[in-house]
Design a protein around this ligand. Structure first.
Ligand SMILES: [Ca+2]
Ligand SMILES: [Ca+2]
Length: 359
């Protein structure tokens, strides 16, 4: 599989005075309004990248599903593998998936991952792990959670919350009873302290469950104001984006999308604390990860980029379903990309074409 990280550089308004952009060789160059936008591949031959994030070292960190955690320095063009997790169990959508770097790595040099492992028995298991980052390597593995894995619906997005807690989105494992079972870690968003213990102020004492009733949440993002949003893959209908509120029930499998059928409305009436999505899509769109952006000028740029990416989807054989605009909801934007502000805007994103990434 030959997957890539692409970078889009957007020159500052009116395309002037942009040294980095001018030095870059582009595969494509676009003019959008008063801005210049160039696209080039910076890393290729990847084995299904699943997570990408900007590190405090101004490097791009990313996971590959086969078990690699790597770092790419956009200034030197050097890619370095930091860790290969040998016991990764990769089958269709399982493997090394989500990763989050602590937002204050000087004090807390921690990297969190969610992956599927070969256990000591015949069966595969899902794990949430913490590693400590030390000079070009990841050491001191700490197991935060190990739980049952089946053949799909792994969720596996991890983020560090503004309050320093670790949030983990888990899929229901395609086992219908899991999402509404408060004792199961599946079909939930879980909340941990970064040492793996359960915070005292979680909704249920001693339980990592923060919210429940989810199917396969693969996207989480905090807004600048500290609100957590999460996308959730629906079944044949009703992909969702949810505003995550402590202790709420997001309905699955009894409610798909809005509670607009009689049985769904009954369930919502009978159960306190059910929460309907901010938006639901039918036909489904398979929302991936999300990123929250603020800034009017950037928003203007991004609105146009999303349109452009739609066209690039054909050119680079993106699944169009991978690109999703939720900016109307967030007052920002969400798609598989992120940015850094210098005199140019940088957006790195994966050219993901793996048929198993969306279910
Ligand atoms: Ca729902
Ligand atoms: Ca419905």
């Amino acid at each position: 599989m030959d997957l890539k990280i692409l970078v889009i550089l957007i020159a500052a308004a009116h395309g002037a005075g942009c040294r980095n952009a001018a030095e870059m060789e582009y595969e494509s160059l676009y003019s959008i309004g008063g801005s210049v936008l160039g696209v080039t591949t910076v890393v290729d031959s990847l084995d299904v990248p699943w997570e990408i994030c900007w590190g405090p070292d101004d490097n791009i960190w990313f996971t590959e599903q086969s078990g690699s955690i790597s770092r790419y320095d956009p200034r030197t063009n050097v890619r370095k593998r930091l860790l290969f997790i040998k016991n990764t169990y990769r089958m269709r959508t399982s493997g090394l998936l989500g990763m989050a770097l602590h937002t204050d790595m000087k004090r807390y040099p921690y990297v969190f991952i969610a992956y599927t492992a070969r256990s000591n028995t015949e069966r595969q298991v899902s794990r949430v792990m913490r590693f400590t980052y030390r000079t070009d390597t990841l050491t001191d593995p700490l197991l935060i959670l190990e739980y049952a894995a089946w053949s799909g619906h792994f969720g596996a997005r991890v983020v560090v919350a503004p309050d320093g807690k670790l949030m983990v989105a888990t899929g229901d494992g395609a086992q219908f009873e899991n999402a509404q079972n408060i004792k199961s870690p599946h079909g939930k968003i879980l909340r941990f302290n970064i040492d793996g213990t359960v915070p005292d102020d979680n909704p249920v004492a001693g339980s990592p469950v923060w919210v429940y009733g989810l199917r396969n949440p693969q996207g989480m993002a905090y807004s600048a104001g500290g609100t957590l949003y999460s996308s959730d893959h629906g079944d044949a209908t009703d992909d969702e984006v949810n505003r995550i509120i402590r202790g709420r029930n997001y309905g699955w499998p009894h409610i798909e999308g809005y509670p607009d059928r009689e049985k769904e409305a009954d369930f919502a009436r009978q159960r306190a604390g059910t929460e309907e999505p901010m938006i639901a899509w039918t036909p489904t769109v398979a929302p991936g990860h999300g990123y929250h952006y603020i800034g009017k000028r950037l928003w203007s740029h991004l609105s146009r980029i999303v349109g452009l990416l739609g066209r690039m989807a054909d050119r680079y054989k993106f699944g169009p379903r991978k690109l999703i605009l939720t900016g109307i909801l967030f007052g920002g934007i969400a798609f598989v990309a992120f940015g850094m502000m210098t005199d140019v805007w940088h957006f790195y994103f994966f050219n993901q074409t793996c048929e198993y990434l969306i279910i």
